[in-house]
Design a protein around this ligand. Structure first.
Ligand SMILES: [Zn+2]
Ligand SMILES: [Zn+2]
Length: 320
């Protein structure tokens, strides 16, 4: 990983210049950093990472407006896009996904239609949490939860913690959560999960859950999700596995008649929903960002991410 100078990008038609203010680092970034790939997509040239970010518009009539950025630039014309599933577009460009440079830089050009204005009460660092909150909202939609149902979250990293807050926001309070790390279990409780346990050490609650969210990307977490799900329940796979394989015990899944749902990023509109929920105070983002670095400290930021010693790591590319 290196830092270098580049000329500021030239906005293309439909684009504006952005001055990036805060970028959240994500488990998917860690896959790029550690493996040079995610699943079957490999990096074959240098790449600027970063897809969870806030910025200030620096060109055009909206110059000066603070925004959060939709990192997925879908084509708008394919069958998936026309059906409202831009996240499944087969001609998509995604910020920080090879070959599209992402937001870990000072200046960036990005389509103006993909910007959502920020309310004043949100800081830039908090705003960098809106994209993962949008992913959480999408995962929640996929779970088909209704009031009175029970939900469990396996893996209490930033996405799991945002999911707990999003689940509470739809009026479900029967939430259980687990992680391998004690500080994340504590954070799950602080995020609103009344029932928590340390994976591999404490006993899980003797309950069956209508929906279980796998947010760790490991076979062990998926096995735990299968155990926690009720017969006929739904398991939503949110985590990204390190290798391109996921395994599970077929007999348990079949015996329970489970429905498995894969969560792919967020849908168009989820980012605006995330902004509205936070602006209304329905979801709060407190206590999630534990580490903030400058752009020149990129290696330290990624090492902090890899160590999992905190929760969310944010990089601020602003002037030093
Ligand atoms: Zn992410
Ligand atoms: Zn498309």
């Amino acid at each position: 990983m290196r830092l270098h100078d580049e000329p500021a990008p030239d906005p293309q038609p439909g684009e504006v210049l952005l001055r990036v203010t805060a970028v959240g680092l994500c488990g998917s970034d860690l896959h790029w950093y550690q493996n040079g790939s995610i699943g079957s997509t490999a990096m074959d040239a240098p790449l600027v990472l970063g897809h969870e970010f806030a910025a200030v518009v620096a060109s055009g009539p909206r110059a000066g407006v603070r925004v959060v950025v939709e990192p997925a630039d879908s084509c708008g014309a394919c069958e998936s896009c026309v059906a409202g599933h831009g996240e499944l577009c087969d001609d998509i460009r995604f910020s920080g996904q090879t070959p599209t440079d992402g937001a870990l830089r000072t200046w960036m050009a990005w389509p103006e239609r993909l910007l959502v204005e920020l309310p004043d009460r949100l800081t830039d660092v908090e705003a960098s949490l809106l994209e993962p909150l949008g992913v959480s909202l999408h995962a929640l939609d996929l779970a088909g939860l209704r009031p009175g149902m029970r939900a469990a979250v396996v893996g209490a990293g930033p996405i799991g913690l945002l999911l707990i807050r999003a689940i509470r926001a739809v009026g479900i309070h029967d939430i259980a959560a687990t992680d391998l790390l004690p500080h994340r279990v504590d954070a799950a409780r602080a995020s609103g999960a009344p029932s928590t346990w340390l994976a591999g050490k404490d006993e899980p609650p003797p309950l069956a859950f209508d929906a279980v969210f796998e947010c760790a990307g490991t076979d062990e977490a998926l096995a735990a999700a299968f155990r926690l799900a009720r017969p006929g329940g739904r398991v939503v796979l949110v985590g990204i596995p390190g290798s391109d394989r996921t395994s599970f015990q077929a007999s348990e899944g079949r015996r329970k008649g489970l429905t498995l749902v894969f969560c792919r990023r967020m849908r168009p509109g989820d980012l605006s929903r995330a902004v509205d929920l936070v602006a209304a105070g329905t979801v709060n983002l407190r206590g999630l960002v534990t580490d903030v670095f400058q752009l020149a400290e990129g290696v330290a930021a990624f090492e902090a991410l890899a160590s999992r010693r905190g929760l969310k790591v944010v990089v601020r590319p602003g002037p030093m």
